[in-house]
Design a protein around this ligand. Structure first.
Ligand SMILES: Cc1ncc(COP(=O)(O)O)c(C=O)c1O
Length: 435
């Protein structure tokens, strides 16, 4: 029986072991140790191309695809995204620095965030970052002042919250009025920020940005967002004469974590949203702006898995069975944060019937340190390798050193060959900053 996996890059070999990118995961766990993040480069590149090709096909190439590096940020990933023609969406000095060090030109990067410090803004402006997505009026004042001191005029987009309530987890919904991100349409705050920006001498307002949330399956909220933003663009033109060059529609496209998740093909999103933009612009009598999108999870999420070693199985009769693994919330906090569901596989017997129901528990000193509950899997025993699927996004990038656990290594697979792209932290790394 070949299972239905959540990603094309996974399979099962003759020994019944789970494979990723054609590599035996049990052998990878032995060779590189566990916990281990494993990513499939061919699949990442395919996903990048699905977005760039659909931008060409449905929006006549009049737009850019920016990889939301917060999903998975390291030198090698920035290089891959750049080689595939994507820009880099960064939201901290650390992400920006990583992109620059990977050889991504400053003009191909765009800075996000609801609080960029003076130091960060100065560095971004001085190095000639491609665009700053401004979040509030105080920040516009800072950008204008610092750009004046440096003697330049950065491109700025205003982050707008369009008042859209996407159906996803509360913590990853960002388009509704009650959000810490961006400028509200309903209250007039966004229009006030437009007028403020147009009065600034040292910044060049080029357009608007909105991001309605993450892990969204329906295309309708994205279409709705495009309509709302175009209506705002038309209103801005009417009130101020400003002609918007660029509309950035953010990211948020859902991926498959479990067999019941049913995301639309990536191309379908741009097909439908492009049609809405063209139609609505014509109806409003405005020039259809260039567009940008910022996929993160959808580029890398389903291309990665995490491998663990099973250290013990604790059966509490009539209550539950805990399977203890050598990782935990320090390297995958998504269940603890959002109760996110995953599919797991016994990598040693990937074709065996899933006849156990278990709770996968980490080794942090927290009862809530779980990767999932009520997970179906082929019986797991001590020293088995267990794989958690679709961990390519917001796992490595959200990892911490809680309990002073060292962050796992990251392996990238290309053409069936694994290579180390981020080394496993050592205990020396953990005390490196201590005085
Ligand atoms: C502004 C912005 N753009 C893009 C993204 C990427 O979202 P996703 O990984 O769901 O595509 C995020 C995620 O939080 C974001 O805040």
């Amino acid at each position: 029986m070949i299972k239905m996996f959540v990603s094309d890059c996974l399979g099962v070999n003759e020994e019944g072991h789970l494979t990723i990118g054609g590599c035996d995961t049990v052998a990878l766990a032995k060779r590189f140790g566990t916990p281990l993040y494993v990513m499939d480069e061919d699949q990442i590149r395919k996903n990048c191309r699905a977005f760039t090709q659909s931008m060409n096909e449905y929006y006549d190439g009049m737009g850019s695809v920016c990889f939301a590096s917060k999903a998975f940020c390291c030198l090698e990933m920035c290089r891959i995204a750049f080689q595939e023609g994507l820009k880099l969406d960064v939201c901290s000095m650390g992400e920006y620095y990583t992109a620059l060090k990977a050889g991504v030109p400053a003009k191909n990067c765009r800075m996000h965030g609801n609080y960029k410090t003076e130091e960060e803004l100065y560095f971004e402006i001085e190095t000639g970052i491609g665009a700053i997505i401004a979040d509030n009026i105080e920040e516009l004042e800072r950008i204008d002042r610092l750009a004046g001191e440096i003697g330049t005029c950065p491109h700025v987009l205003l982050r707008v919250k369009p008042g859209i309530d996407a159906h996803t987890h509360d913590f990853v919904r960002t388009g509704q009025i009650d959000s810490k991100f961006g400028l509200a349409l309903e209250t007039g705050e966004a229009m006030e920020a437009v007028k403020y920006s147009l009065d600034c001498k040292n910044l060049n307002l080029t357009g608007f940005h909105s991001h309605i949330g993450s892990q969204i399956f329906d295309i309708e909220p994205f279409e709705h967002n495009a309509r709302v933003m175009l209506e705002f663009i038309a209103k801005v033109k009417e009130e101020t004469g400003f002609v918007t060059q660029e509309l950035d529609l953010g990211g948020g496209f859902g991926i498959k974590y479990t067999e019941s998740d049913n995301p639309a093909p990536f191309g379908e999103y741009l097909k439908r949203v492009s049609a809405v933009i063209k139609e609505k612009s014509a109806e409003l009598g405005i020039i259809a702006p260039e567009i940008s999108i910022e996929p993160g999870r959808s580029i890398v999420g389903a291309t990665g898995i995490t491998l663990y070693n099973v250290g013990a199985v604790k059966n509490i009769p009539g209550i539950r069975t805990y399977v203890l693994i050598d990782g935990g919330m320090y390297e995958d906090p998504r269940y603890a944060l959002y109760k996110s569901e995953y599919k797991i596989v016994n990598a040693c017997r990937a074709n065996a019937p899933e006849d156990s129901v278990i709770t996968l528990a980490g080794r942090c000193c927290e009862s809530g340190d779980l990767i999932g509950e009520n997970m179906k899997v082929a019986e797991l025993k001590n020293n088995d390798t267990v794989a958690v699927l679709s961990t390519g996004a917001y796992n490595f990038s959200m990892a911490s050193n809680y309990n002073r656990f060292a962050r796992p290594a990251v392996i990238m697979i290309k053409d069936g060959k694994p290579r180390l792209i981020v080394y496993r932290q050592s205990v020396q790394d953990l005390i490196a900053g201590d005085i």
